[in-house]
Design a protein around this ligand. Structure first.
Ligand code: MSP
Length: 604
């Protein structure tokens, strides 16, 4: 069994996952699943970069006293998101874990032993978004072009890594291994940067309260990028990685700093680094301030993990920039998954059930069709080998399209009356096409493939199954069911029956209040007692959110309170209003003001 090790970046936990993170992770998952199906011994690693200053700021912003508690709550969100997208990682690394610290110390010590670490003073600009120093000439209008933030001017004592010493070795490696950095445009970018000359990098920062302390010098913290890159060393038996999948934003860290660290430490270099493009949403950069951060778990729940996975991989040509819009997702679902793939397999399976009693009929295999499909499967293998996941999926859909044409041209519903052998042969060949589709779709839309395999009465456990037409006459199929249902655009105004007038809505007096204190109510599992500052007033609220929010997490939040609700007594306490929250089957989410606003402000 060949070993195959694939990674995603480890993501920052200052925010929840968005569609961009989902994209990288979904592609890595397709590659991992493809290699597993081929019989490789796969290790797929993803995880979280928790030791960043951003983590501390986010935890403070959300009123967490304990940063680790915040990190744990975010880890849960990320892990749950990947679960909802059917991501099949073999391990999930968090940089606050002890097992990771060991790898950081080890590489640090090895680099030090090599004589590549020295103490110095850095004076210049620091971009908090990049978590890295930045030079004047990299700025656009005085700001970091990636994060649109003005960098900070700092002067600090650090330990430096002699990255410049490895400039030529990295360049030689790139030149000797044309596939090391892909796509070629990214490779060229790295080469020209290297040719411009490398500076040493600072690998520690002074006076940070969070992060891994530098070995032998607790006054310094290991630079978050040095720390984070070491995550990839986790499964030692699998190193060097076959492929690091990243986006273009973190190209230099992976293609220059990381190889430099590894060469100095005496480790092998990863075999390949693929930097894909950036996704926008409806044409705009994904950003909290634009309010267009889409939760991939929400999309997976609304449309299914497979629809989202299919869309991401099909829509964005791997390596290029791309755009996400719910409208285009619906179009791909309706026009491709439902109309082409779903339609073909459903017609074949229901025809088999209705006309042949669920048994694949005796007929003649169409050798021409078999060869054609076999060639397509070989092409798909080749494309996947070259990481051309988008084109591979296009080829797969071309098989489904071919299937529809084949079925349509044989017209088995007519042939069954006049030429029953023709109808039988058509179904025998089409059943084989459905099987091929089940296999080749497995890495992309795993849950649908499993469902389809069950409907066809086969088990998919090897990619090789895609190379043969081995469904024989007499094969019994399972019960057919629709695999993709078309959806219409949302139109909330039409779907709501109980409309209220604006005057009715105006009867509610909803105000912004700040939670001053929160405590559990003795003998109640569900209730919390809150004291909320609403304008000049201090109101007592009894809220049924104890199972969803620890009281300390609520203090300081700017919540929405209905203040003209009749008071009600609960567990002996009078509640003078009601806070607003949304609820789904996973839990409760409080409605909060997105930035501080005068207490008592009216919500309308
Ligand atoms: N923590 C570092 C990575 C350390 S790896 C040793 C980091 N984290 S991040 O949360 O900012 O994630 C960056 C990565 O997320 C990108 O390289 C890419 O994989 C993914 N994406 C984030 N936004 C994206 C888009 N808008 N589009 C596509 N991918 C995006 O950098």
């Amino acid at each position: 069994m060949a070993k195959f090790y694939v990674t995603t970046p480890i993501y920052y936990i200052n925010a929840v996952p968005h569609i961009g993170h989902a994209y990288t992770t979904a592609v890595a998952d397709v590659i991992a699943r493809w290699h597993r199906l081929r019989g490789d011994d796969v290790f797929f690693l993803t995880g979280l970069d928790e030791n960043s200053v951003k983590t501390v700021e986010a935890a403070r912003g959300k009123n967490f006293k304990d940063i680790q508690t915040y990190a744990d709550s975010m880890a849960k969100v990320w892990i749950d998101t990947w679960k909802s997208l059917d991501i099949s990682h073999d391990d999930f690394i968090r940089t606050t874990q002890e097992r990771h610290h060991r790898n950081v110390y080890e590489l640090f010590e090895q680099i030090k032993k090599r004589g590549d670490i020295y103490k110095g003073v850095y004076e210049g600009l620091y971009c908090e978004g990049c978590e890295a120093y930045i030079t004047e000439d990299e700025l656009v209008d005085g700001k970091c072009p990636l994060h649109q933030k003005k960098p900070k001017r700092v002067k600090e004592e650090n330990y430096f890594f002699k990255l410049s010493k490895y400039q030529d070795q990295i360049l030689e490696h790139i030149e000797a291994n044309p596939d090391f950095i892909q796509p070629v445009a990214r490779r060229n970018e790295v080469v020209s940067f290297l040719k411009g000359g490398l500076k040493d990098v600072s690998i520690t920062r002074p006076k940070l309260e969070w992060g891994i302390k530098t070995p032998d010098d607790p006054t310094q913290t290991v630079w978050v990028w040095f720390d984070a890159l070491c995550n990839y060393l986790l499964p030692r038996g699998y190193w060097p990685a076959d492929i690091h999948i990243i986006a273009k934003d973190i190209l230099r860290f992976h293609c220059i700093v990381w190889p430099g660290m590894l060469l100095s430490g005496g480790y092998k270099l990863p075999k390949k680094i693929f930097a894909h493009g950036f996704l926008t949403v409806d044409g705009n950069k994904i950003s909290k301030s634009l309010g267009n951060v889409i939760d991939p778990a929400y999309l997976a729940e609304k449309y299914s993990a497979d629809v989202l996975r299919y869309f991401l991989i099909r829509e964005v040509s791997f390596g290029q920039d791309g755009d996400f819009s719910e409208g285009s997702l619906r179009t791909r679902l309706n026009d491709e998954l439902a109309d082409v793939l779903g339609n073909f397999v459903h017609r074949v399976l229901t025809f088999t059930r209705d006309r042949f009693g669920g048994k694949v009929p005796e007929g003649k295999l169409d050798k021409k069709l078999e060869t054609e499909v076999h060639e397509r499967v070989q092409k798909i293998e080749q494309l996947l080998e070259e990481l051309k996941v988008t084109q591979a999926l296009e080829e797969i859909m071309a098989i489904a399209k071919r299937g529809n044409e084949y079925f349509q041209s044989c017209k088995p519903w007519e042939a069954i009356k006049s030429e029953p052998e023709k109808a039988a042969s058509c179904i025998l060949n089409c059943a084989n096409l459905v099987k091929v589709l089940c296999v080749v779709l497995t890495p992309f839309i795993p849950s649908t493939s499993t469902n389809l395999a069950k409907q066809l009465g086969v088990k998919v456990n090897s990619w090789k199954q895609a190379r043969e037409f081995d469904i024989k006459p007499g094969h019994l199929i399972g019960e057919p069911s629709v695999i993709f249902t078309k959806v219409k655009a949302n139109n909330p105004a039409q779907t709501h029956q109980n409309l209220v007038s604006i005057d009715d809505f105006g009867k509610l007096d909803i105000r912004i209040g700040r939670v001053k204190s929160a405590q559990k109510i003795p003998n109640s599992k569900k209730l919390l007692k809150l004291e909320v500052e609403v304008g000049e007033e201090l109101r007592t609220l009894v809220a049924g959110i104890a199972e969803h929010y620890p009281p300390e997490e609520l203090v300081g939040k700017f919540i929405a309170v209905v203040v003209n609700l009749e008071p009600a007594k609960l567990m002996g306490i009078t509640s003078q209003g009601m806070l607003l929250a949304a609820e789904d089957e996973k839990g409760i989410s409080l409605l909060v003001a997105d930035k501080p606003i005068k207490l008592g402000s009216k919500v309308r």
